[in-house]
Design a protein around this ligand. Structure first.
Ligand code: GUN
Ligand code: ZN
Length: 491
């Protein structure tokens, strides 16, 4: 891996970074969305993608250019940037997607990398094999070997200052994805797309998308820029960024517009069925749904709306990383669609991995759902409890400290974190905003904190004063911790 990516800020596994693209002479801020431009059909002029939508980078397909005589000659003659009228960074794909769709293409990695260099691509792609989900293991392994050879051919090619993608395949086998990530990371390629996600994305299988991304990331270097190939629906951007993806490409804005579909951050609607627009982008501000249906530019305007909501969500994601509330944004998005909730739950299965890059301090933690109880901050607090000094007799209580007592210390208990010395009350994440009406999941997490403190200090006599915890939470408190229900004590 070469050194073209700098990470500026983290939240969970999400980050704000800068990808230097030397051939284009630009540095692209990530997370970045690359609109997909079909060289034959410019739904929205690339110049407008930059000027009106803020696209710093786009992606187009070198295989389509190469296979279309008229376009090929013009692009070879004028160069890709001039042909498209775009002076930002341009990534090109290789025909792998066509390989996956049609089973065969007439080009090798060596030839297509050379073609991409000749047309002036800034980030080229080898001919990887996008193995679909759910295939048998033998096929996934065999095709991964072919992909590895494509990466080796790309490494051997003459590329000058053009960056080159090292796609990570492995179908729905996490161990193969991890191995593919480790292999790609050890090459001197530059950007690492997680591939063959389109079938999963199209059927909203976000839990498996998250599994594939996390597996690839376990193999990849933590500093590697990661692209989620084919992902660009605004609903899932926050989730994918929180899982560790830096680059996205959206064909959805144009493809969906062709079918009369209107993207939102909680799903896809049909223009045909809409009475009101929930959006204030220039298109939605100027038209009612009925008017938009009746213009003679319905598809183009719908594509513009789709792109506006997508870039708007991307800015919201970046702002959330800066404030440290990205997981709260993912939580909000997870309420829009059950498949997103599966994605979030799967992401939180990997809270220990997210914890490694999660900053120690940020804006207040908001408890907004059961899932908040599984955030990496809660886990980190539990892990750190074992480092704190404790007296022989310790009272942990959800109420104020009693004025007279014979404990060595009285600590606070705050679900979902559990116990902590009062002196830490003003430090992150214990400054958390939690609802008055605490739920069972938060109480269970707090009980796990008590258990972790008790396990680290077997000689301390611990008493827990709790505010009427659910049986499930009390079951998680170790037997040798004495419990008192404060509700019954009238406190
Ligand atoms: N576009 C969407 N998925 C893929 C993939 O897996 N490989 C390549 N090269 N392009 C893609
Ligand atoms: Zn709109």
């Amino acid at each position: 891996m070469r050194d073209h990516f700098e990470i500026r800020d983290h939240d969970a596994a999400g980050r704000i970074g800068r990808l230097e693209v030397p051939r284009a002479g630009v540095t692209v801020e990530t997370p970045a969305l690359l609109p997909v431009v079909n060289p034959n059909v410019l739904t929205i002029e690339p110049r407008r993608l930059a000027e009106e939508f803020g696209a710093e980078m786009l992606i187009t397909n070198s295989y389509i250019i190469r296979s279309t005589d008229r376009v090929r000659d013009r692009v070879l003659d004028r160069g890709l940037h001039d042909f498209l009228g775009f002076d930002g960074a341009i990534m090109t794909d290789s025909g792998s997607f066509q390989l996956a769709e049609y089973g065969d293409i007439d080009v090798t990695t060596e030839e297509i990398i050379e073609f991409q260099r000749r047309i002036g691509s800034d980030v080229a792609t080898p001919v990887d094999v996008p193995t679909p989900p759910d295939v048998d293991r033998e096929r996934a392994e065999r095709e991964l070997e072919t992909t590895k050879r494509a990466l080796a051919d790309a490494e051997a090619a003459e590329t000058g200052d053009m960056l080159v993608n090292g796609p990570v395949q492995g179908s729905t086998f996490p161990d193969l994805r991890e191995e593919a990530g480790r292999h790609a990371s050890a090459t001197d390629l530059d950007v690492f797309p997680v591939g063959a996600m389109v079938p999963l994305l199209n059927s909203y299988r976000y839990a498996e998308v998250v599994e594939a991304v996390r597996a690839a990331k376990r193999g990849l270097d933590p500093d590697a820029p990661v692209h989620l190939f084919g992902a660009g629906h605004p609903m899932m951007l926050a989730l994918a960024v929180a899982a560790g993806c830096d680059l996205f490409d959206s064909a959805a804005y144009a493809l969906m517009a062709r079918d009369g579909r209107y993207l939102t951050v909680s799903g896809t609607e049909h223009l045909e069925e809409m009475e009101y627009f929930p959006c204030s982008c220039p298109v939605c501000a100027e038209h009612t749904p009925a008017e938009l249906r009746e213009t003679d530019a319905t598809e183009e305007l719908l594509a513009e709306h789709n792109l506006h909501v997508t870039f708007e969500e991307l800015r919201r994601v970046k702002a959330a990383i800066r404030s440290g509330n990205l997981l709260q944004l993912v939580d909000r998005r997870a309420r829009g669609h059950p498949a997103m909730l599966d994605g979030l739950r799967t992401l939180l299965d990997h809270a220990d991995e997210l914890e490694r890059t999660d900053p120690a301090s940020k804006d207040a933690f908001f408890y907004t759902s059961h899932e908040s109880a599984r955030r990496p901050e809660v886990r980190r607090h539990h892990d750190r409890l074992s480092r704190l000094a404790v007296p022989d007799r310790l009272l942990l209580t959800e109420s104020d400290a009693p004025s007279n007592h014979d404990y060595g210390a009285v600590w606070r208990v705050k679900p979902p974190f559990g116990p902590f010395p009062r002196a830490l009350s003003e430090t992150y994440p214990l400054t958390a905003e939690v609802p008055e009406r605490v739920d069972g999941a938060a109480q269970v997490a707090a009980a796990e904190g008590v258990a972790s403190l008790a396990a680290a200090n077997p000689d301390t006599a611990i008493t827990l004063g709790h505010d009427d915890w659910v049986p499930r939470a009390l079951d998680a408190v170790p037997d040798d911790v004495e419990t008192e229900n404060l509700r019954h004590l009238g406190r």
